[in-house]
Design a binder for this molecule. Sequence first.
Ligand code: NDP
Length: 473
Amino acid sequence: MKMLVGGEWTDTPERMEVTNPFDGSVVDSVPKARPADVERALVGAVEGARVMRNMPAYDRYRILNRASRLMFERQEDLGRTISIEEGKTLAEGRAEAGRAAETIELSAEEAKRIEGEVLPLDGASNGRGKFGFTLRVPCGVVVAITPFNFPLNLPCHKVGPALAAGNAVILKPASDTPLSSLKLVEILVEAGLPPQAISCITGSGSTVGDTLCTDSRVRKISFTGSRDVGEHICKMAGLKRVTMELGSNSPLIVMDDADLQKAAEAIAVTGFANAGQVCISAQRVIAVEKIYDDLLQVLRTRVAAIRHGNQLDSTTTMGPMIRQSDAARVNEWVQEAVRGGARLLHGGKCQGALHEPTLLADVSPTMRISCEELFGPAVAVTLAPDIDAAIALANDTRYGLSAAIFTESLDRALKFARQVDSGNIHINWGPLWRADLMPYGGLKQSGFGKEGPKYAIQEMTELKTVVIHGLSA
Ligand code: NDP
């Protein structure tokens, strides 16, 4: 495929291959952007921002709404593209394509709801004869940088609200999974978006990304990805607005009054979806003593039922990881935990990019599989004596994106919700759950700023205060 830069579909002499993670076969190739391409994207976006700022909200709504309908019509093709380039199962790819269409639909609706407020200036001692109100205006040029693991819906969570708010966007997708983003951009242009309002630039993050993030024409950076790259971008960004959606090692507490079958089901679903490569995957299961052995028993049966293999085979329920090197890294952390005294209850082997769904018990919180973000198909179970110790363990991390508890006690559930430092809290389900309309984002080193179109629009607009002086009343 070609990339869209400054309103033109562009090729480059050097191209990057896109491969199927399952067997390494080449699926397609995309341009490798040069500094001159980045400059063209920036010049185009400045003009695109001018066009978008003057476009009525109703027209922005119409374009995004049309794009959403085209996405629903092409859900099967988009789902297959996601599955082939990312490695998630066809069912997961299809579901992501549907969610992405809904995210654009939500963004369309929000385009009509960008409001200011009337300021009660007569309440100020110097406010007599004044009238004040706020205006919410677009930032201008928004740079959106996205990770590999949700190659369509995460770009939609940035591009949708940015366009709804009247900005121009330069989208830089992950180099492993650029095809879904390029298809999204094709659809937006087909739906009537002025081509200069969106560039999609493919190429290495460290070259393209650095140039985009340091340029003063960019007014807003919205980044989803790893903690380390996020921190690097914050240092480079200078005086720009920045939203950071970063990683996590999400905890899930199981109390002695929990329904263990439901808890085991939730751990299996939320620990192994997309081969554990979700920022809110259940990674650290913290279980109290009374139910510890019983939970492990039902959980082992449930994890053993996961069928891993070729993501394009309809009987597969868990596909490969994105790269062979990631499967090897996960395996190293698993082996390291076993050497340190953890019990391997299921899985533990890898071949190519496929890593077996893996269950470990008696994991110490200081092991890498517990204290670092694993981002792979293994769940680490740790024993805690009571709710207070379990909450302390849940909080014993630099991350704070999502956390969950299984309990039938309202008292314990609310204590958990109040005391655990996490942007998302789930009671009686795992940490991996999201409705695209809700506010979503992390605390601590999981980032700052919220997504969900209504909330992302706040992040992608500026507030102006207007005061009229000299009125008679
Ligand atoms: P990375 O941080 O490696 O990459 C994310 C994006 O940043 C890619 O597009 C990458 O480009 C780009 N990039 C790399 N270096 C730079 C740079 N110097 N300047 C600007 N951009 C750069 O993340 P992954 O793709 O591996 O995704 C996994 C991570 O994303 C996990 O930590 C996960 O938790 C997190 N994540 C967080 C979510 C959230 O909502 N909080 C949701 C989903 C994932 P390139 O690919 O070319 O290197």
